[in-house]
Write a protein that binds this ligand. Structure first.
Ligand SMILES: C[S@@+](CC[C@H](N)C(=O)[O-])C[C@H]1O[C@@H](n2cnc3c(N)ncnc32)[C@H](O)[C@@H]1O
Length: 325
């Protein structure tokens, strides 16, 4: 039996409440599954076998519609982002009295995963969206979803465009921009090119989500990392080498950074660690999700003397940090 629009929205409400307020992972997982069934049922886009193509852009890869749908299932990523965005909306709503909060979602994918759940908590008089994606199939799916769920009043516009060159409309005040177009260590996808284009267009008090992304160089040892997977509460011994880059609202593209690497008889893997502050205290740290998995840069075979490693970010169709020593 097909669910009515009201039943579908009640189901989104329940799942969203669990994502926002539950700490029990079984319950959270069930809620993600519930959203997945609902969104895939409405759009026909299933996070199953990947049979469609990524889009290669001058500033990095836009993942295919099915891959973008899969992002929903990254439990901790999705939960932390939705919690952070919920808080950011509550914070901003207090500052813009008497009008609707306008949110640009750059890279919304087929389900607009990071916003759709919040339609069950805020009315379309409170929040409106511009849903933007470079992938026409993803955008069409998002439109189908909003039509089927009776949520079209939330959407100011569906825009098929490249967020690295998109210009804000003149007649709409954008209060928040959301973009999650990244992999760990800011590789391959165009997060920084998107931030570089959109942040300078934002008014001073507007919020960018995620609020902060930090990439740090760390010397690790596989044995230590492995112990942390197998022994509860084990803190792996690591040698922190320093910040390679920090992206925030005061946005600047990465500059070359020289990192001092001490000699070590035990730790010879040079990694980049990524930490993402979505908003406030909603933070994704090491191993929380694929975006914060340590990225192994190289093995320092002759690590018997101190050395210097220079990291440089390359903005290209294959963006990311290069290194030399
Ligand atoms: C990692 S997926 C995230 C999907 C969804 N926002 C979520 O969080 O589950 C990234 C999305 O951004 C889109 N995207 C990537 N680069 C883009 C660009 N330069 N302009 C517009 N959309 C882009 C992709 O097509 C994809 O739908």
């Amino acid at each position: 039996m097909e669910l009515t629009t009201q039943q579908l929205n009640e189901s989104i409400y329940d799942a969203t409440n669990a994502l926002l307020f539950e700490e029990d992972y079984l319950h959270i997982k069930k809620s993600i599954d519930q959203l997945n069934v609902l969104f895939s049922g409405a759009t026909g886009v299933k996070a199953g076998d990947i049979t469609d193509e990524d889009i290669y852009l001058p500033n990095g890869k836009a993942v295919s519609t099915i891959k973008a749908a899969h992002c929903l299932k990254e439990l901790e990523r999705t939960r932390r982002f939705i919690r952070g965005i919920n808080q950011a909306i509550e914070c901003l709503s207090g500052t813009i009295q008497g009008r609707t909060l306008n949110i640009l979602y750059a890279g919304c994918g087929p389900y607009a995963t990071l916003l759709t759940p919040l339609t069950s908590r805020f009315s379309s008089a409170q929040i409106n969206f511009i849903l933007l994606d470079i992938n026409a199939d993803s955008l069409a799916a998002a439109k189908t979803l909003y039509d089927k769920l009776g949520l079209s009043t939330y959407v100011i516009d569906y825009v098929c465009a490249d967020a690295t060159t998109y210009k804000f409309p003149d007649d709409i005040c954008i209060d928040m921009v959301i973009s999650e177009t990244m992999l760990n260590a800011l590789r391959k996808e165009p997060q920084l090119a998107i931030m570089n284009n959109l942040i300078p267009q934002m008014r001073k008090d507007a919020v960018f989500i995620p609020e902060n992304i930090i990439v740090e160089a760390v010397l690790t040892r596989w044995k230590e990392e492995y112990s942390s997977f197998t022994i509860t509460d084990y803190q792996p011994k690591r040698i922190n080498l320093g910040v390679v880059y920090c992206a925030s609202r005061e946005f600047k593209l990465p500059q070359p950074v020289v990192i001092q690497v001490p000699a070590s008889e035990t730790h010879n893997r040079l990694d980049l660690f990524t930490e993402i502050t979505v908003f406030g205290r909603e933070v994704l740290t090491t191993y929380n999700c694929s975006l914060t998995m340590p990225f192994a840069v190289c093995k320092l075979e002759n690590n018997r003397e101190d050395m210097k490693v220079t990291f440089e970010y390359v903005m290209s169709d294959h963006p990311g940090f290069t290194y030399k020593y």
